[in-house]
Design a protein around this ligand. Structure first.
Ligand SMILES: *[C@@H]1O[C@H](CO)[C@@H](O)[C@H](O)[C@H]1NC(C)=O
Ligand SMILES: *[C@@H]1O[C@H](CO)[C@@H](O)[C@H](O)[C@H]1NC(C)=O
Ligand SMILES: *[C@@H]1O[C@H](CO)[C@@H](O)[C@H](O)[C@H]1NC(C)=O
Ligand SMILES: *[C@@H]1O[C@H](CO)[C@@H](O)[C@H](O)[C@H]1NC(C)=O
Ligand SMILES: *[C@@H]1O[C@H](CO)[C@@H](O)[C@H](O)[C@H]1NC(C)=O
Ligand SMILES: *[C@@H]1O[C@H](CO)[C@@H](O)[C@H](O)[C@H]1NC(C)=O
Ligand SMILES: [Ca+2]
Ligand SMILES: [Ca+2]
Ligand SMILES: [Ca+2]
Ligand SMILES: [Ca+2]
Length: 528
């Protein structure tokens, strides 16, 4: 068995070298422009919403073109990865926002549009009904009512709070449908001037002054950092780069064409801390640019109480190249769980272009991607997702996020949640998913799953709603699944070694047999 073992060992070291080559940390280059590969000639318009319109598990992109046309780009597996499908024209009404969702409960994605009629200061709402995975331009419902501001879509779409113009609210609002007190029940966070109850739901209210508005947007999305509701904490203080002082884009409150949310949240480096994309303007010039804000440990007395702050990554050349950016958001190109960037810029003729930047920062961090939705369902607002696990040093850690908490004003939230896990490749000990419950109901609608493989995609079907015990979950491993690759490589090594051992064993046995035969022969010969 000597030569067999030696050979097996050298094979093992060769294979592990190959494995290291495959799995080792990739060079952290920056962003890569993949616009042409994704869109070809379709890279124009304003990215308005995301959702899986045709239920093929790939997220599609909803665009507004020339202010009056809705275009749905369906995700495809072949280049170009996004192809236009539905195109709807609305005559002389301007589309101000797009909110995909199932508004009649038939499991087909419908599309709610807020539109701005030519001669009005308010907006109206039109819902186009989805049928057979497409939209019929003649099958729509126009609400016979005008509104001061855009609606907030919630889990029970029969009741829509922001549509109630009897309550005095800030315009534009930044309402959210999210679990604030960790009871796995989304409450609505409204920046209203009055507190009230409606729709069988609990309300948290918060009045926000104009200058706090940006912090508020940010705050809603980083709620898992445990910030107290009573306190505002500066998390971004240094906006000076060289000679240029940058600032947030002043809010243009005039409907219909405003992009009030200039900050979007996503964990681009998967370290478990949400980062942000913001549009900043050169305070002494006119240029607007998108910047990535990295969530880093706090190094200033001002943010001591939260322990984290944002640091602007000024020198990302691919991002800096895009002049006059108006929207920048996270989107998972190639559905591999790594968040990439979409940026919309405006040229001098008020035409919008889309830029897709692939995120190559991935290095060796891990993630879990979770989608909470009803059977055959579509965009589902309200699910709340949390994990607890031990990090590589054995410390307990947790993170959480709400799915589709905001919908109005180009909130551009993704229909899924991607949680970064940092560098610990451990299984997730517990993953909890909760959905909103009616106010009267005592028991929390929440279920837990254990030992989730990192870098996987989990689709949770919280149905029937009132019986969490019967909820189901499907686990998909992403193509880039390092854990799977490791397992396959290890099994491959084992099979390879076994085969070598087997062959050598067989050879030795044959040699033995021959020897025995020869001996027998000799013996025979000697006996004669
Ligand atoms: C649905 O659309 C497909 C093509 O996209 C068509 O073949 C099929 O007949 C349609 N079904 C119904 C019920 O309209
Ligand atoms: C729309 O509302 C107006 C008054 O607000 C009313 O006169 C009209 O009948 C309504 N139309 C429909 C189709 O409900
Ligand atoms: C939505 O809310 C309405 C009124 O509160 C209620 O009658 C209806 O059953 C709810 N639908 C779902 C699906 O929860
Ligand atoms: C900001 O604007 C000023 C004035 O137009 C200009 O001199 C400066 O170069 C701009 N900074 C950047 C980074 O573009
Ligand atoms: C620390 O925060 C203060 C404002 O709270 C700011 O003026 C100062 O520039 C910050 N220092 C650094 C190093 O960011
Ligand atoms: C999550 O972690 C924080 C500290 O990291 C801890 O205070 C909190 O209790 C944890 N929450 C849960 C539900 O484990
Ligand atoms: Ca799709
Ligand atoms: Ca529907
Ligand atoms: Ca991060
Ligand atoms: Ca990606």
């Amino acid at each position: 068995m000597g030569p067999a073992l030696e050979l097996a060992l050298s094979a093992l070291s060769a294979l592990s070298a190959l494995l290291l080559l495959l799995l080792g940390p990739r060079a952290a280059s920056a962003l890569q422009d993949v616009t042409a590969e994704l869109f070809r000639a379709e890279a124009h318009g304003v990215v308005a919403a995301f959702g899986d319109f045709n239920s093929d598990k790939q997220t599609d992109i909803f665009l507004i073109r020339s202010r009056k046309e809705l275009v749905i780009l369906l995700a495809d597996v072949k280049v170009p990865y996004f192809k236009p499908n539905v195109k709807l024209q609305l005559g002389d009404k301007e589309i101000t926002s797009v909110m995909p969702g199932d508004y009649d409960g038939d499991s087909q994605m419908d599309v709610l549009l807020t539109v701005h009629p030519k001669d009005l200061d308010e907006i109206t709402v039109i819902i186009f009904w989805g049928n057979n995975r497409t939209l019929d331009p003649h099958s729509f419902t126009e609400l016979n009512k005008t509104f001061l501001d855009e609606p907030l879509v919630m889990e029970n779409q029969t009741c829509n709070i922001a549509l109630d113009s009897a309550i005095k609210m800030r315009v534009p609002h930044s309402h959210a449908f999210i679990d604030l007190n960790k009871d796995f029940t989304a409450g609505k966070l409204l920046n209203t001037l009055y507190e009230h109850r409606k729709c069988n739901r609990q309300f948290f209210h918060l009045s926000v002054s104009k200058q706090q508005y940006f912090y508020f947007q940010l705050f809603l999305n980083v709620i898992n950092v445990h910030v107290s509701l009573q306190q505002w904490i500066p998390v971004l203080t240094n906006l000076k780069n060289g000679e240029t002082i940058w600032g947030f884009v002043p809010q243009d409150t005039a409907l219909p064409h405003s992009f009030p949310i200039t900050i979007h949240i996503g964990d681009y480096n998967m370290d478990g801390f949400p980062d942000a994309l913001a549009i900043l303007r050169n305070t002494s010039g006119s240029n607007k640019q998108a910047f990535l804000l990295e969530n880093v440990p706090c190094n200033n007395a001002s943010c001591k109480s939260v322990g984290r702050m944002f640091r602007v990554l000024w020198e990302l050349s691919d991002l800096n190249k895009i002049k006059n950016a108006v929207v920048a958001t996270f989107f998972d190109i190639y559905e591999d769980g790594i968040l990439d960037l979409l940026v919309v810029s405006e040229d001098t003729n008020a035409e919008f272009s889309i830029h897709a930047l692939r995120n190559n920062f991935d290095a060796d961090a891990y993630f879990v991607k979770v989608i909470g939705k009803y059977p055959f369902g579509v965009n589902q607002p309200g699910p709340y997702i949390m994990y607890t696990t031990a990090d590589s040093n054995g410390y307990l850690k947790n993170a959480s996020a709400g799915q589709l908490s905001q919908s109005a004003h180009f909130a551009l939230q993704l229909p899924y949640v991607v949680l970064g896990l940092g560098r610990s490749a451990n299984f997730l000990d517990h993953l909890y998913v909760g959905i909103p419950r009616p106010l009267g109901e005592k028991s929390i609608r929440k279920q837990e799953w254990t030992a989730i493989i990192p870098n996987s995609q989990l689709i949770v079907i919280p149905y029937p709603h009132n019986s969490p015990k019967s909820w189901s979950a499907k686990l998909y491993l992403t193509p880039s699944n390092i854990v799977l690759l490791t397992a396959i490589a290890l099994i491959g090594v084992c099979v390879f070694i076994l085969a070598i051992i087997g062959i050598l064993h067989w050879k030795e046995k044959k040699a033995d047999d021959r020897e025995k035969r020869q001996e027998a022969h000799r013996f025979h010969f000697d006996a004669m």
